[in-house]
Design a protein around this ligand. Sequence first.
Ligand SMILES: Nc1ncnc2c1ncn2[C@@H]1O[C@H](COP(=O)(O)OP(=O)(O)O)[C@@H](O)[C@H]1O
Ligand SMILES: N[C@@H](CCC(=O)OP(=O)(O)O)C(=O)O
Length: 380
Amino acid sequence: MTGAGEQQGARAAAVAGARRIVVKVGSSSLTTAGGGLDADRVDALVDTLAKATGEKEVVLVSSGAIAAGLAPLGLDRRPRDLARQQAAASVGQGLLVARYTASFARYGRRVGQVLLTTDDTSRRAHYRNARRTLDQLLAMGAVPVVNENDTVATDEIRFGDNDRLAALVAHLVRADLLVLLSDVDGLYDGDPSTPGTSRIDEVTGPKDLEGISIGSAGKAGVGTGGMVTKVDAARIAAAAGIPVVLTSASQAADALAGRPTGTFFHRTGRRSADRLLWLAHASTPRGALTLDDGAVRAVVDGTGSLLPAGIARVEGEFSAGDPVELRDAAGRAVARGLVAFDAAEIPQLLGRSTRDLARELGPEYEREVVHRDDLVVLRR
Ligand SMILES: Nc1ncnc2c1ncn2[C@@H]1O[C@H](COP(=O)(O)OP(=O)(O)O)[C@@H](O)[C@H]1O
Ligand SMILES: N[C@@H](CCC(=O)OP(=O)(O)O)C(=O)O
């Protein structure tokens, strides 16, 4: 086989062999030019998913709540303020899921709504719970329809874009493939509205992305992140061992059949330990701990947990279990971790040995501030 033939074979094999697929569809592929949900486009997507996937399991990450809520609330464009976006999402999410429910019912399939916030991918108990619910829906033959829980997500706990959410959901459910559907049929080597740009067929690693101009959302104005968030999402998934197809909603059938459409991102890494991916990409640190040089080495080398003796400074208001940033003396983020103490408890522990602390404050203080298993290194 030629090089191109081999790569095509790799794509077809990745898709054909995929048992569990996460499909993400953007607002721009579900709405009318005048604003509001386009029932025909939803039906067309559902037709494709129902027919193309057969025995495969599909998790659908669908945007469109805000866009679908605009026209019913008399808004002619996406509002800037969070409160009105949330009101639009509240109205639109109901309409969106009602449409999916009716549409999948034509194939005798049930739909289950799953709304997530970053807390659900950053706290261990929530994470396990979200996974269990998604697994159970799939086991019962239902199609989970996932979106961010826009109506309650504040700026601090928002994913903000569903592309990254889709990559994290793909990791959460241990998907074999992520398909990102947009209004553009792949990644171009420049803004596709500029003459002379051409589509990139495949990305084998970060080098293939060098020198490419990756822009923000298109003309329709209902999408949020543009191509930047899609490429970020593709990188996260590929690094976590999940290949990605990025194409247009109208070519979803080809993508799911493994035919050469859009841009194929080969996996660049192996499946990573479960919880670390979201800790790096989906968690918003609630505070920061500044470490001395010895503690930085222990954390970054992957050899140790963070003990009170290695902490020089604490910032922020956080509770035990929250994600915090670990910084070196120059203020650079070197890792993230789930902290085992409340912020208010830490000042009395700074720089002290666990043995001293246990003697003075009690045996419950003889523990790590961040356990090795709850750490992800950002900078080596
Ligand atoms: N290099 C590029 N390749 C492809 N599309 C790009 C590129 N740079 C910017 N874009 C724009 O990104 C848009 C898709 O993003 P967006 O509107 O957020 O979609 P969605 O609603 O599907 O998430 C495209 O319509 C295109 O105009
Ligand atoms: N959660 C938001 C979508 C946010 C988003 O990422 O939108 P898009 O860029 O269209 O995928 C909504 O449902 O309106």
